[in-house]
Design a protein around this ligand. Structure first.
Ligand SMILES: Nc1nc2c(ncn2[C@@H]2O[C@H](COP(=O)(O)OP(=O)(O)OP(=O)(O)O)[C@@H](O)[C@H]2O)c(=O)[nH]1
Ligand SMILES: [Mg+2]
Length: 345
């Protein structure tokens, strides 16, 4: 399939071409990059919503019910699920279908032209997964979905990455998960704009809710202290994420109890999501955080390109210079100055 054909297909709303474009991006085919370049002008309108949480808390069920709710509200929905367990299949639709159990039971969604689902495997592909997810989201955005939902399992590092693609981050928990220090260690309580305590039917949801609120209050104090220091800039240099958190401090993350498989609490969750988007737009935070994120993304691309360039030994014989430094005939600083000079000229 030609790039021209795919771009045209995406812009005219044909999902087959969207699926193909995502496959190209996922496999790092050069066509993927080319397509992204061509459709970038159409991106930026979708509300990107990330949902993360430990395995089995009910993320897929929430995504499925939320999708129905947004459809009722007249919005179209694109879904990206990061699946850590399944082998990479190139995103075969049937495989996706079987895996997304929550959606599978929801046959109406499969035939709804206003919904598109895609899963991406993270197995053995941790590196660059955030970037690829970001590009898949971008393609869905360009396609014209009003909302793009991204489901990621949060059990280690990857959940923190949703902050890099989502405007609104939802952290899903379930009862009996509170007072578990592991959750905070996983960084999960630092990234939520909205918290969900799902499986409220199991009992103990209030306790978990209280615990989250207590954690958030401590967090709020920390943010206040950080905001008052005159060294906010320094914090920004040290950690873009801490700064983002400070910047987000005008928003108090709500904690919402749900029974997702029965749809309970889902309209309230959809309200909170829409409210957060409104807040982001009205406060200027949407543009501000997107700008910061793009700065990080472009810096990463630039550094990667420079690395590639150096490895190619085209501009300078990098290996030879390293040898010189190893044998103490040159110091690292002078070596880098030399390299930079020859690259820049
Ligand atoms: N009791 C109860 N069960 C629920 C609720 N919501 C979802 N479940 C069930 O919990 C199980 C896991 O739900 P999923 O939606 O697949 O959870 P998940 O977080 O997407 O799981 P992974 O993608 O494997 O991390 C399923 O059997 C659901 O039917 C709920 O509110 N109450
Ligand atoms: Mg799931």
């Amino acid at each position: 399939m030609e790039v021209d054909e795919i771009v045209e297909g995406i812009l005219s709303g044909n999902k087959r071409y969207l699926a193909r474009a995502i496959t190209y991006v996922e496999n790092e085919f050069p066509e993927g990059k080319e397509i992204l370049k061509r459709v970038y002008g159409r991106t930026g309108k979708a509300h990107v919503v990330g949902i993360t949480g430990f395995p089995g808390v009910g993320k897929s069920t929430i995504v499925s019910k939320l999708t129905q709710e947004f459809r009722r509200r007249g919005k179209t929905v694109g879904i990206v699920a990061i699946d850590p367990g399944s082998p990479f299949t190139g995103g075969a639709l049937l495989g996706d279908r079987l895996r997304m159990d929550g959606l599978d039971t929801n046959r109406d969604l499969w035939i709804d032209p206003g919904v598109f689902f895609r899963s991406m495997s993270s197995r053995g592909r941790a590196g660059g997964l955030a970037a690829k997810t970001g590009d898949a989201v971008r393609l869905m955005d360009a396609f014209g979905f009003d909302v793009v939902l991204v489901e990621t399992v949060g059990a280690g590092q990857s959940e923190v990455d949703i902050i890099e693609v989502a405007d609104t981050s939802i952290v899903a928990l379930m009862p009996e998960m509170g007072d578990d220090i592991q959750i905070n260690k996983a960084g999960i309580l630092e990234i939520g704009d909205i918290y969900v305590v799902n499986k409220a039917d199991l009992g103990g949801a209030e306790k978990t809710e209280r615990w989250i609120k207590a954690m958030l209050m401590m967090d709020e104090e920390a943010v206040e202290i950080l905001t008052k220091t005159t060294h906010a800039q320094e914090y920004e240099v040290q950690s873009g994420k801490i700064f983002d958190k400070i910047a987000r401090s005008g928003w108090k993350p709500p904690v919402i109890k749900t029974i997702a498989d029965k749809g309970e609490g889902i309209p309230e969750l959809a309200d909170a999501i829409e409210e957060h988007f409104k807040y982001l737009k009205e406060s200027g935070m949407l543009i501000e955080t997107r700008k910061k994120r793009l700065t990080r993304e472009m810096t990463e691309i630039l550094v990667n390109e420079i690395k590639k360039y150096l490895r190619s030994n085209r501009a300078v014989d990098f290996d030879k210079i390293v040898e010189k430094v190893t044998s103490n005939n040159l110091d690292p600083h002078t070596a880098v100055e030399k390299i930079l000079k020859s690259i820049l000229k």
